[in-house]
Design a protein around this ligand. Structure first.
Ligand code: AHG
Ligand code: MN
Ligand code: MN
Length: 335
């Protein structure tokens, strides 16, 4: 029987082989994985653990917080603040950055996360997840401030997510392809179950919230309309649709079998660039998708090249199978 490779062993071997995981980053990723295990336990207990329902508060973006949004946020902070690998953290659920308290040593890295993605699915027992992104603290920066987090996605040194679905799966990139690890609950460890993940360049499956169709911009309407025409339209083939309403689960499907995911700008709140958050959702997911041979744009530019101007910035997102993302992006430039 082939030997099982744990996340720990995978990271140690990555560190040995090409040295692009320094030991502090390795520790950080182990700690994030441990926190995800703990969140997975809470998610699994559901009503038995009293973790369902709303918390009665709002986050900085005016969204109602669920109990699990807050629990997951706390688990990630508590797990990460004392190990000496981090300088500061930022979260979708916190107004401001969280600098590692003075009583602990400060490390080289900055951690950003969407502690619980897909909040609307928590209470209905549908897949949800945690998304994370790791940046280096800028050189010569003594006291970390919000501006130190404002780095383009291309500067990420690690990114990933953990999806809490029928299986709990951790998906990771450190810039050397995408690897997937499934949680073995009996052993209590993540086991490597897929490596060198590749998204097919073509697809016949799209993911978008169709209820917003009347609010979309013309290029998005055109693209979806052509998909809907199927065999009888200009694409000459039928398309299937999926929308889980947890980005983490939609992206997981795309990494597994291809597809295109879109949460475009729309006219409901025209002053907002989109719904999804650049630094907690779009950047880590875009890097994973690119590392698997796919593409990610905001309809016009590569997401990883965008220079963030604020922590909680939003962005329009088109990602997944390369040829479809290119087509949507071409439509935006009038091609
Ligand atoms: P979050 O739960 O972190 O706020 O993110 C939810 C996001 C994303 O996961 C999903 O793709 C999208 O919101 C769903 O939005 P709609 O409810 O508008 O479809
Ligand atoms: Mn989210
Ligand atoms: Mn969230």
């Amino acid at each position: 029987m082939p030997q099982k490779i744990s996340l720990t062993r995978y990271l140690v071997e990555q560190q040995r082989q090409d040295g692009h995981i320094p030991s502090q980053l390795r520790l950080l990723l182990e700690v994030v994985a441990r926190a995800c295990k703990s969140i997975s336990q809470a998610v699994n207990k559901g009503a038995l653990g009293g973790v369902l329902g709303t918390a009665g508060s709002e986050n900085v973006q005016g969204e109602v917080q669920k109990k699990l949004d807050i629990i997951a946020n706390e688990v990630l902070i508590e797990a990460n603040e004392w190990g000496g690998h981090l300088a500061a953290m930022a979260s979708e659920e916190m107004d401001n950055i969280y600098v590692v308290p003075n009583r602990y040593p400060q490390g080289e890295y900055l951690l950003l996360f969407d502690p619980l993605d897909g909040s609307s699915n928590i209470d209905v027992n549908v897949s949800i997840g945690t998304i994370f992104s790791v940046l280096k603290k800028p050189e010569g920066c003594a006291a970390v401030e919000e501006k130190d987090f404002l780095q383009a996605g291309s500067k990420q040194v690690a990114a990933g997510y953990c999806v809490y679905g029928p299986q709990t799966t951790l998906v990771l990139t450190v810039g050397d392809g995408v690897a997937m690890f499934t949680l073995d609950r009996e052993q209590g460890s993540f086991v490597l179950t897929d490596e060198n993940v590749q998204i097919p360049a073509d697809t016949q499956e799209f993911a978008i919230n169709m209820s917003n169709m009347r609010h979309w911009d013309e290029p998005v309407k055109r693209y979806i309309d052509e998909c809907l025409q199927g065999k009888d339209g200009p694409r000459g083939k039928d398309f299937n649709m999926r929308w889980i309403a947890s980005m983490v689960a939609d992206v997981h499907r795309i990494l597994t079998r291809g597809g295109v995911f879109m949460y475009p700008w729309d006219k409901r709140e025209p002053e907002k660039a989109g719904k999804l958050r650049l630094m907690y959702e779009a950047n880590p997911m875009s890097w994973l998708v690119e590392q698997a041979g796919g593409a990610a744009t905001n309809g016009r530019q590569r997401i990883l090249d965008l220079q963030p101007s604020k922590l909680h910035e939003r962005v329009s997102v088109v990602l997944g199978s390369r040829n479809e993302v290119e087509r949507v992006t071409d439509y935006h430039s009038g091609l």
